[in-house]
Structures are given as structure tokens and as C-alpha cells.
Design a protein around this ligand. Structure first.
Ligand code: ASP
Length: 318
């Protein structure tokens, strides 16, 4: 059961420098040596930076590397470690790009190697256990941190510093790793597939707040698409509605989801201007799930030719 371990930097790879600040210095081989260099695992570096510097092109390169690994190279699972700041975006993009035949598991650390209670080695061992488990195949891309196994569609980083930062707010984790045993409790439905080979669409994300400046919305509309995180069930201030209707009439793609971070948006409850049925009537897409993930779905969808049904893409949050 050969496993490919890809290192991308992040806190798990960080050590303390003379200036008292941490930077990523440790490659995949070093991190693997720390957990005993298991003979079934091949380590490879794909970067050594902060995850805030990743872009869609890096994720396409990662997807191509995984395709080769599971194809001609015969690997049966993969672990990726990276910075935790963008784990949910990386995991979700890879999740939608391909139907992976083998487990793809992403992990990292919240405490760097020079801190007491560092969580990197335990997370890496857990991630390797999941990547070796046939039970973990056909679950899409997984995030394993703190002994929990989360699905890419649901997982989110919820705390700026806690090692228990990763949560799946709607349904909880898919499973656990206990004494290196993989326990899967829930199997989510297969994701919508958006198999882009180039990601060239630009989709902006804007959170709508009390008294949002319409100029900000106008600026954000200068892209291929715009996702708005609306209030509550997905509501916008009434004065933004005509502005957005005009943009949609000119060919913009605009989707509205809820800024609350969990639960589906409303579809047929409120009748006010700026509420769901009014927005739908103006050609605005009603979307479900966190804006971060709606943006990724629309970015991939708008990069595909022919374009998939965008209303279905906006709503495909499971
Ligand atoms: N700044 C780090 C990153 O690259 C944080 C982390 O790994 O937890 O995302």
C-alpha cells in the first residue's frame, strides 16, 4: 500500500529562527523522519511557504501530481501537509476537481516544532493511517487534524490558535482516528464534479454588512463572478438589489449565500426587496454553504467550457 507524502510548508514545517519568529524550514523527508520514516511512504516536497501564498495554479499542479501518483506510479493513497490557513480551500478545490480513486488526506499543525505540545507529528501519523485505510477511499478529499476526519465540503478553520480549530459545523466530522484505527461514521454524498484543467475565471467574494458601501459592490462586480455573503438566510440591503440586477442584465454572474457559516440559505420565506425571492427574480443565484466554498465552485464552473448549470453549482453545497 504505497503512500505518497507531499509537503507544502506551513506551521508543521516551521522552526524558530534567531529573530524569535518562525518560518517553514523543514521538508517532507524531515517531517517523515520525525514519525519514524515508515517504509511504505515516499516523501516529496512541493513547496515550503505559508499557505496564504497558494494560488489555483498550485492546486492544479497538486492535482496533476496526484493523478500521476494514482495512475502510472501505483500509489494507493496520499497525504499532503500544508499551512492550516487555507486547508479548507485547498481540500475543497481538490475535492471538486477529480473523483479520486484513493484517499487524499490533508493535514498540518497549529503549533510549530519548537513549541511544547506541538501537534504536527501526531497529525501526520493520523493522516497516514487514514491514507492507508481502504475505508477512506470514495469519501473525497479529507482533512485530518486533532484525531478527527473531516470532509472537504463541510470543514472549516474555526479558531485562530487552538489545535482543535477544524470543525464541520453542519454535521460534524466524518470519523475519528483512535489508537491509529480509522473509524468512519458517516459517508457524505459524492460531490459535484467540476473537472477544470485551467482555472482562469476570477470570482470575488464580499461579505455584506450593516450599511455596506455600494461602491464596494460595484468594484467587486469587475470580475467574471461575484459571491455575496448576505445577512441571515441570505438577505441584502434593498438598495443593492437594483445595482445587482443591472449587473446581471449586463452579463455578470452574481450569487448570494448566508454569512452565518452554516445551514442552507432560504428559498421561499421573505417577501422584502433584497430577500430571497426578490433576488431570484432579478437573476441572482441563490447559493448554499460558506462564501469561501461557493466562490471556489463558481470559479471552477466559470473556468469550464461548456459552462455547467450555474444555479445547480451555486446550490451544490453537500
Ligand atoms: N501561517 C500558516 C499557514 O501557512 C499557519 C498554519 O500552518 O497553521 O497557513
Amino acid at each position: 500500500m504505497p503512500i505518497l507524502y507531499l509537503g507544502l510548508g506551513g506551521t508543521i514545517a516551521c522552526t524558530l529562527g534567531d529573530d524569535g519568529l518562525v518560518r517553514a524550514t523543514r521538508g517532507a523527508g524531515t517531517l517523515l523522519a520525525e514519525v519514524g520514516s515508515p517504509p511504505d511512504v515516499t516523501a516529496e516536497d512541493m513547496g515550503l511557504g505559508a499557505s496564504s501564498d497558494l494560488g489555483f495554479d498550485d492546486l492544479l499542479a497538486l492535482a496533476a501530481r496526484l493523478e500521476r501518483a494514482f495512475g502510472q506510479e501505483g500509489f494507493t493513497g496520499s497525504v499532503i501537509t500544508q499551512g492550516t490557513d487555507t486547508i479548507e480551500e485547498v481540500a475543497y478545490t481538490l475535492h471538486l476537481l477529480r473523483r479520486w480513486p484513493c484517499p487524499v488526506v490533508i493535514s498540518g499543525a497549529m503549533r510549530h516544532a519548537d513549541l511544547p505540545g506541538r501537534d504536527g507529528p501526531a497529525n501526520l501519523l493520523d493522516a497516514l493511517a487514514v491514507a492507508r485505510s481502504p475505508e477512506a477511499a470514495q469519501l473525497g478529499v479529507l482533512v485530518v487534524m486533532g484525531g478527527e476526519i473531516h470532509g472537504a465540503a463541510a470543514v472549516t478553520k474555526s479558531h485562530a490558535q487552538s489545535p482543535a480549530t477544524f470543525r464541520s459545523p453542519d454535521w460534524g466530522p466524518l470519523g475519528l482516528v483512535a489508537e491509529r484505527q480509522v473509524l468512519i461514521a458517516r459517508r457524505p454524498p459524492p460531490p459535484l464534479l467540476l473537472p477544470a484543467t485551467r482555472i482562469d475565471a476570477r470570482v470575488n467574494l464580499l461579505r455584506i454588512v450593516l450599511d455596506t458601501d455600494p461602491a464596494l459592490v460595484e468594484a467587486a462586480l469587475k470580475a467574471d463572478g461575484l459571491v455575496l455573503e448576505g445577512m441571515g438566510g441570505g438577505h441584502l440591503p434593498a438598495r443593492l438589489a437594483p445595482l445587482l440586477e443591472e449587473a446581471v442584465a449586463q452579463g455578470s454572474v452574481v450569487a448570494v449565500t448566508s454569512r452565518t457559516g452554516s445551514g442552507p440559505s432560504l428559498r421561499r420565506t421573505y417577501g422584502a426587496v433584497g430577500a430571497e425571492s426578490d433576488l431570484r427574480g432579478r437573476g441572482i443565484l441563490l447559493a448554499d454553504g460558506p462564501g469561501l466554498k461557493v466562490r471556489i465552485r463558481l470559479t471552477l464552473a466559470l473556468s469550464l467550457t461548456p459552462r455547467p448549470d450555474l444555479a445547480a453549482v451555486a446550490a451544490a453545497w453537500l
